[in-house]
Write a protein that binds this ligand. Structure first.
Ligand SMILES: [Mg+2]
Length: 432
């Protein structure tokens, strides 16, 4: 038996924990540089604000409907996500964190009425964290995901599914005729793993609803899509084909790419930005226990401007695979020496750490006397610990440092909430 636990309108819900005044009001969270809506409260959805709607197209709602817009505060969402996953993990023996606000649970061997324990978990999360969530339970991951879709939709959009399935839906506990009615009311593209990409192909083959898919012959369906689609059909029919994965596979490359808040022409500013980007990426590299053999560095002008396009990148091989921030930052400097052209209005830059391997692989290597790099492992460890404890950027390399107001490349985040759970200075005060 599997479950999918999903935080409702997660980014908005995180903000509301510390801003109870935002409950019941239309709220959107804006992407980096306050570009477009990436999370919407139910009230904002009701205004017709679409996912990804550009800010300039929806900002009139601030006047017209008291819409509140917030800049994305990823430090807050990441921390709240850790807390959510920690609470949910206590439910069963195995957990797969699927995204920032979703996890699968393998509930094998969990005793008692699962619907009741799911409801208890919702209350527990609500009490400890203040985040509302929806839970779907099913015999396969695909059915758990479908049950979660039913639980969410029944809460948000009355009339599609029976109201008693809101918040928690246990697929196996439903009578068969009701399962059929639900499958019939669900478009095939809403099934996990199908998506919009396959919708046309499926429609051409006469498969419109989830019920059509569940009744299809898995082997026949393989010819329509792929082995993946066959797996989806079998999972809809109740045969578990996809296991819960404890540890997601280590990433093949670690990317840190950002658009600048304003265009940048000075070499010093670019060096500064790339040092900060490389610092973030390398910290993630250490977190997953890998070293990188190559560093990709790219800089470019804005594709939205009517200026000559300048778009260049280079891969810098490292002398030996490393997880040392001083090494990757130096690589970005070497790259800029090749890429940079004076006078060009740069709008975006990125660092990708490539050729990743487990740190343990490189340990046996002997350093030749003349290229002996100092071992900074202890220094990096202290750096990570200080930044984790006192907040990101507390201690950094000099090349990543800039005086306040000297970061034209920094993101525009005009409406960002405080670091309630990640910054000592921002911890909320309770008045009794
Ligand atoms: Mg969600």
């Amino acid at each position: 038996v599997f479950a999918l636990v999903d935080g409702n309108n997660f980014y908005v819900s995180c903000e509301r924990v510390f801003r109870p005044d935002l409950r019941g009001k239309p709220v959107v969270v804006l992407s980096n540089n306050d570009g477009c809506a990436i999370a919407r409260s139910n009230e904002a959805k009701a205004l017709g604000i679409a996912m990804g709607a550009p800010w300039y197209q929806i900002r009139h709602w601030v006047h017209d409907a008291a819409l509140v817009a917030l800049s994305a505060n990823f430090a807050l969402y990441g921390d709240m996500s850790d807390r959510l996953m920690g609470l949910v993990a206590q439910w069963g023996p195995q957990q797969e964190v699927y995204s920032i606000d979703e996890c699968f649970m393998d509930l094998r061997g969990v005793p008692g009425d699962l619907r009741a324990s799911a409801q208890a978990l919702r209350r527990h999360v609500g009490q400890c964290l203040g985040i509302p969530c929806c839970i779907g339970i099913g015999a396969t991951k695909t059915l758990a995901k479908l049950a979660n879709h039913v639980a969410k939709t029944a809460e948000r959009t009355p009339g599609v599914y029976p109201p008693e399935l809101a918040q928690v839906c246990h697929w196996q506990a439903l009578p068969e005729p009701l399962q059929h009615r639900i499958l019939e009311a669900t478009p095939a593209s809403a099934v996990w793993g199908v998506g919009r990409r396959l919708r046309k192909q499926l429609a051409a083959a006469g498969l419109h609803t989830a019920l059509d898919l569940a009744r299809a012959d898995p082997v026949w369906v393989r010819h329509l899509g792929s082995v993946m689609l066959e797996r989806t059909v079998r999972e809809l029919q109740g045969t578990a084909c996809i296991a819960v994965e404890d540890a997601p596979a280590a990433r093949q490359g670690i990317t840190y790419t950002r658009s600048f808040g304003r265009t940048v022409t000075a070499l010093g500013h670019l060096q500064n930005a790339l040092a900060v980007f490389a610092t973030h990426a390398t910290q993630r590299l250490r977190q997953q226990g890998s070293v990188a053999g190559q560093v990709w560095v790219g800089i470019r002008t804005s594709v939205f401007r009517n200026t000559p396009q300048h778009h260049r990148s280079v891969v810098i091989p490292l002398r030996r695979p490393s997880d040392d921030t001083t090494v990757t930052v130096q690589a970005t400097r070497d790259a800029l020496a090749v890429l940079y052209q004076p006078g060009v209005p740069y709008a975006k830059a990125g660092v990708i750490l490539l050729d990743l391997q487990p740190r343990s692989h490189g340990q046996g290597e002997l350093a030749l006397q003349d290229d002996a790099a100092p071992d900074r492992r202890a220094l990096m460890q202290v750096l990570d610990q200080l930044n984790q404890r006192y907040g990101s950027g507390t201690v950094q390399l000099g090349s990543g440092f800039s005086m306040p107001g000297q970061r034209p490349w920094a993101m525009k985040q005009a409406y960002r909430s405080p670091g309630y759970t990640t910054c000592w200075a921002d911890i909320p005060t309770a008045h009794a």
